[in-house]
Design a protein around this ligand. Structure first.
Ligand SMILES: [Fe+2]
Ligand SMILES: [Fe+2]
Length: 259
């Protein structure tokens, strides 16, 4: 089973990269499931129905969220009915959105996709460790192939999470920092792991934002309206090949394509 995961799509520059590059990548890697993190797709904050539909049309099968998923109130009704957009599964149950999605590939194999947020330096509810422990039996009834987008700030928390679930899920791929790490590996018990997949969007920026605006906020401490940068475009992500029978990772390739 071939999986393409695309890191946080940032604003219009990120969306344009998806429109241009995803279908060619799907055919060159013979991708069965394409997953992308969408929490910054609408001007760097949140997602809208129109943007989500455009991303699905561009070839993405499932969109993972993060702490910014609910930044646009107008998307709430859509999040309530569109199962292919995932909220962090460890947020309160009363939050709007779907907790996981099972994608059936054209050959009949299934992939469960789930996203959870970290707790270190982040403002979330329940322990991602405990919640995934609770949900795994439910997912495993459907398939041995489980992809986790672990949306977290702290490297140590991500690393601990990867080892804790090694051999029990197929992949733990980090997002949220927008800076790609070069540590992709298959952990000892067969889980594909990378601390952070990066960001798909403008890299001549401070994690997507025009750098002068971000610097000025640090210099003055005063609030500033963030604006999406448009230079240094990159598609960041990872290709993962799984054995669909036992759910173990067999091959990885980090993707960091300058556009
Ligand atoms: Fe993000
Ligand atoms: Fe985030």
């Amino acid at each position: 089973m071939n999986i393409l995961f695309i890191a946080d799509i940032f604003g219009k520059p990120g969306r344009n990269i998806i429109k241009q590059r995803v279908k060619p990548l799907i055919s060159s890697y013979d991708i069965d499931v394409c997953i992308a993190n969408c929490e910054n797709a609408a001007s760097g904050k949140g997602i809208t129905e129109k943007i989500a539909e455009d991303l699905f049309d561009a070839g993405v099968d499932v969109l993972t969220g993060g702490n910014h998923l609910w930044d646009r109130k107008e998307v709430y009704d859509y999040l309530a009915i569109e199962n292919r957009i995932l909220k962090p599964a460890n947020y309160p149950l009363k939050s709007i959105g779907n907790r996981y999605f099972i994608k059936t590939c054209s050959d009949g194999h299934k992939l469960a996709i789930i996203t959870l947020t970290g707790q270190a330096f982040m403002n979330t509810g329940d322990s991602p460790f405990n919640i995934l422990d609770e949900l795994l039996p439910e997912l495993k009834k459907e398939t041995k192939c489980v992809f986790v987008d672990f949306h977290a700030e702290s490297t140590a928390e991500k690393r601990a999470f990867g080892f804790y679930f090694d051999g029990r899920v197929s992949a733990v791929i980090g997002t949220h920092t927008h800076i790609q790490t070069a540590d992709e590996e298959i952990l000892p018990l067969g889980t594909a792991y990378m601390t952070d997949a990066g960001m798909t969007g403008p890299h001549n920026s401070v994690i997507g934002v025009i750098k002068e605006i971000a610097i000025s906020k640090f210099l003055t401490g005063m609030p500033k309206k963030f604006e999406v940068a448009d230079q240094g475009l990159q598609l960041n992500g990872i290709y993962i090949k799984l054995n669909p029978v036992n759910g173990k990772a067999v091959q990885l390739e980090r993707i960091r394509a300058k556009i």
